[in-house]
Design a protein around this ligand. Structure first.
Ligand code: NAG
Ligand code: NAG
Ligand code: NAG
Ligand code: NAG
Ligand code: NAG
Length: 803
């Protein structure tokens, strides 16, 4: 037995790290075996340069320390040192073999070589052929069970005698690749229903709050997002790159939201924002806001600002704000590298020629014969020279492009030599006129994801095919390859999202601007008064899958209504007022009525307000009539008293005053405050005349389009516009407590159990309230301190919107 000091001395001498040494020494049997192997069998005293061999020797010590006898083990040691034995499988077979011989028996080297499969290495290509054959033989089952069959395939091919000596680490990547080729990327058929897993973060939260309320389901722990890989598990052509990546990211989730700054965001983007920022936040990771500004022609300052604003409004904060243009130099360097390795060429084809080479038939469909163009076979030198000339402004727009040399045989159009750079003689708002050429999305996106060490590059399913070129480019350039994964987008039906179509509505004054409350731009939705938390919790309840989620406008509105019900104060607003005069009280009569801002459960935190009931109040014109009430009419009429909300006694009808058109202008009533207060059939809302606030405009918003699919209208979507989508009411009155609601807004009421309690900042759009019997409203941005303008956010009930 050697002493621990001797062990440590030798192990360090051969090059094992301090950590590894102390780990090995902890196990007596293994460390003694390793000592004997190195010292007595291998006669090693110095550093072993080949780390792989050292680790195989360690493996031999581990395997043989379990074995009954180790006679002849020096033959294995020798075979490792001279390179005949290369894998741990060979070692375990060799150890098994010597263990099966009897002690003292002489074993020939040939016998050992046979047992350990020396010289029987199976190449990667052989492994691929064997596995591919197996899959072909079992193709029905593979096609039926799809990706869920991978573990079984792995188990089965391991048992194939022809693959006995193949390195097992080859199997999984090859199977993954073959499955992808055969089945395409995973889709909804491959979604595995999982047990709900809660990450540590949210568990802690509920612990320290001790909340009893049931937590909402979370889109981040289930479905598409719940099934995503953990950081570090993204497949990699060059495994050493993932090590560097993890060393930098420390295993955190890195995502990015990459809008092009050439338009306003719409409701569909709120899902992308939530998926990217929310997923990172949920896993305690980080998310970039990256402006994909590679198309200088369409970019404007206003879009950058609006996008930043909207992310902030939705309660997210970018880890860093970056621009694709930050990386123009690095991208250019990689483009030259791509040329140097023979994977890119400068092409001078016209768009028609490119299409023809891609196999586009005269009818415009793909699928014809594909061919390489004449520029594809130029020398590296010539390509470099021409590319540099492109950069220097030596070609006009359309005269040259840099194209990737991909795979014209591939079935995927994304592999048919995509354009990487094009000539654009447009100055860029960040790089000025430095560049005459600009990289394309296909070239830029994956590389910038790689530069920024993105662990999950989440995008919508339109980019599914792009995944192949994304991975191809990272791999040929030998850079870290982030994992692109595609989810289904959110499509709201009954409206339009197309930039071009909305622009027409704006430019031709069908709406009040890009932020018109009837539009589903995020600016419009915000102006309309929809709370950001309502959007997030709505998207959360839909969950994330790989198919498009089509949602009707009315379903969205109903989610907003539910959210507002829990988070807004109640006020009384009379839209079409008529004055009520209480004849039997004095002019200075006053009864102070206290009304909670939000009656019922959950309303305690809202507090209450006081309103003065006096001789003159307003009620709605529709709440009074001069004909006797019939059994369907419960409101004020001759012979039918009515209650004013929270006022202790009935008022009863006496007479009306009319104008020259015969319209009622004033109603005289009696306050029935003598005797017992027997309940009226109904209560109506009212506003005291003395301190009523006069509203300049109440804008009642209805759906902008009549149909579920405006674009399908035979005469174009403009013909589907609902002429009553905005109705303006002037002369409404509101109770004076409105001022308190303005001052207190945003109320930032927390919904128990919700992950989407966003702290909003002050602003007109956060001045929200429920007007009893009328709907939910907010202050429009056109309001001033003297002139109140309100938007109807949604009606109180779904059917009232359909009138
Ligand atoms: C990405 O990670 C690498 C290390 O792999 C690091 O050098 C680089 O600075 C990181 N990039 C960014 C943009 O943080
Ligand atoms: C989105 O909705 C529109 C109807 O408004 C429909 O025509 C379109 O096909 C939908 N898109 C998807 C991808 O389902
Ligand atoms: C008064 O009555 C006329 C005729 O019924 C109607 O057109 C008008 O809108 C009414 N005026 C008001 C202020 O309601
Ligand atoms: C209050 O009005 C209702 C009708 O709405 C009536 O039935 C009731 O008797 C009235 N109460 C009193 C005390 O007059
Ligand atoms: C509550 C609030 O922010 N109100 C603002 C609405 O907009 C007008 C005009 O910009 C401002 O004067 C108000 O202060």
């Amino acid at each position: 037995m050697s002493s621990e000091d001797e062990l440590v001395a030798l192990f360090s001498a051969v090059g094992l790290s301090e950590k590894k040494t102390s780990e090995i020494v902890k196990n007596k049997k293994v460390s003694q075996s390793l000592y004997t192997i190195l010292h007595d069998e291998g006669h090693i005293t110095d550093k072993v340069e080949d780390e792989k061999k050292l680790s195989l020797l360690h493996q031999l010590a581990v395997d043989s320390s379990k074995s009954a006898h180790v006679a002849n083990r020096e033959l294995i040691t020798a075979a490792i040192l001279d390179g005949r034995i290369k894998t741990t499988l060979q070692i375990s077979e060799a150890v098994k073999f010597i263990g099966s011989t009897s002690e003292g028996e002489k074993v020939s080297i040939d016998e050992l070589n046979d047992a350990a499969g020396v010289g029987m290495e199976v190449s990667e290509a052989d492994v691929k052929t064997e596995i591919s054959n197996w899959i072909n033989l079992n193709k029905d089952e593979v096609e039926e069970k799809r990706y869920s069959m991978i573990p079984k395939v792995l188990g089965e091919v391991r048992k194939l005698p022809s693959l006995k000596w193949a390195s097992p680490s080859l199997f999984k990547p090859i199977i993954d690749q073959l499955f992808l080729e055969r089945l395409g990327p995973k889709d909804e058929r491959d979604v595995v229903k999982k047990e709900k897993k809660k990450p540590a973060a949210s568990k802690e939260k509920s612990k320290d709050k001790e909340v009893k309320v049931e937590k909402e389901r979370s889109m981040f722990s289930e479905g598409f997002l719940g099934d995503l890989h953990k950081p570090g598990e993204q497949p990699q052509m060059y495994p050493e790159l993932i090590k560097e990546h993890l060393a930098f990211t420390k295993g955190k989730v890195f995502t990015r939201f990459p809008p092009e700054p050439n338009g306003f965001l719409h409701i569909g983007h709120s899902k992308a924002i939530m998926v990217n920022f929310g997923y990172a936040k949920f896993h305690d990771g980080v998310c970039y806001l990256r402006f994909d500004d590679t198309n200088p022609e369409a970019e404007e300052e206003v879009y950058f600002n609006s996008i930043k604003d909207m992310i902030d409004w939705l309660g997210f904060e970018p880890w860093k704000i970056t621009y694709s243009s930050d990386y123009f130099d690095e991208l250019y360097t990689l483009a030259e590298k791509l040329i140097e390795i023979g994977k890119a060429y400068v092409c001078h084809c016209t768009p028609e020629e490119v299409k023809a080479c891609r196999g586009m038939k005269p009818d415009g469909t793909l699928g014809g014969e594909r061919s390489a163009c004449v520029h594809r076979s130029k020398s590296v030198e010539q390509n470099l020279e021409e590319f540099r000339k492109m950069k220097a402004g030596g070609f006009g727009v359309g005269e040259a492009t840099l194209r990737m040399k991909q795979d014209l045989e591939s079935p995927s159009p994304q592999m048919w030599d995509l354009v990487a750079y094009r000539v654009l003689n447009t100055p860029h708002h960040r790089t000025g006129d430095k560049w005459k050429i600009y990289p394309t999305y296909d070239f830029t996106h994956c590389l910038v994801d790689s530069f920024e060490n993105i662990s999950h590059s989440l995008c919508t399913t339109e980019f599914r095919l792009s995944r192949e070129s994304y991975e191809w480019l990272c791999d040929v350039l030998h850079v870290y390859r982030p994992a692109q994964r595609e989810y289904g987008r959110l499509n709201i039906t009954g409206t339009i999202m197309s930039k071009r179509k909305i622009a027409k509505l704006v430019n031709e004054n069908y709406v009040r601007g890009w932020d018109d409350p009837r539009l589903y731009t995020l600016e419009g939705i915000r102006r309309r008064g929809v709370p950001p938390g309502a959007i997030l919790s709505f998207i959360n309840t839909l969950g994330v899958t790989t198919s498009t989620t089509n949602i009707q406008v009315v379903r969205f509105e109903s989610a907003v209504r539910g959210f507002l019900d829990q988070t807004t104060a109640r006020l009384m607003m009379v839209l079409k007022p008529v004055e009520v005069i209480v004849d039997n009280v004095e002019e200075d009569f006053e009864e102070v009525i206290e009304i909670p801002y939000k009656p019922g459960k959950g309303g305690e935190d809202f507090g209450s307000r006081k309103i003065k009931f006096g001789k003159r109040v307003f009620i709605d014109r529709s709440d009074v009539r001069e004909e006797e009430a019939d059994k369907d009419y419960f409101r004020l009429a001759p012979g039918q008293p009515v209650g004013l909300m929270k006022v202790p006694f009935n008022i009863s009808f006496k007479s009306v005053e009319k104008d020259s058109n015969g319209n009622i202008t004033k109603v005289h009533v009696n306050y029935d405050n003598e005797g017992a207060a027997k309940k009226p059939k109904t209560f109506i809302h009212w506003v005291p005349k003395a301190d009523a606030i006069h509203v300049k405009q109440v804008r009642i918003y209805n759906q902008l389009f009549n149909s579920e699919n405006p674009s399908a209208h035979p005469d174009g979507y403009l013909k589907d516009i609902n002429p009553h989508s905005e109705e303006i009411i002037e002369g409404a009155v509101i109770e004076p407590s409105f001022r308190e609601v303005v001052a207190k807004s945003p109320w930032n009421v927390e919904i128990p159990g919700s992950d989407f309690n966003i702290k909003e900042k002050k602003g007109n759009n956060t001045v929200r309230f429920q007007a009893l019997r009328e709907g939910y409203f907010c202050e429009d941005k056109d309001s001033t301190d003297n002139e109140v303008i309100l938007n109807r956010i949604v009606t109180l009930k779904e059917d009232s919107a359909k009138k």
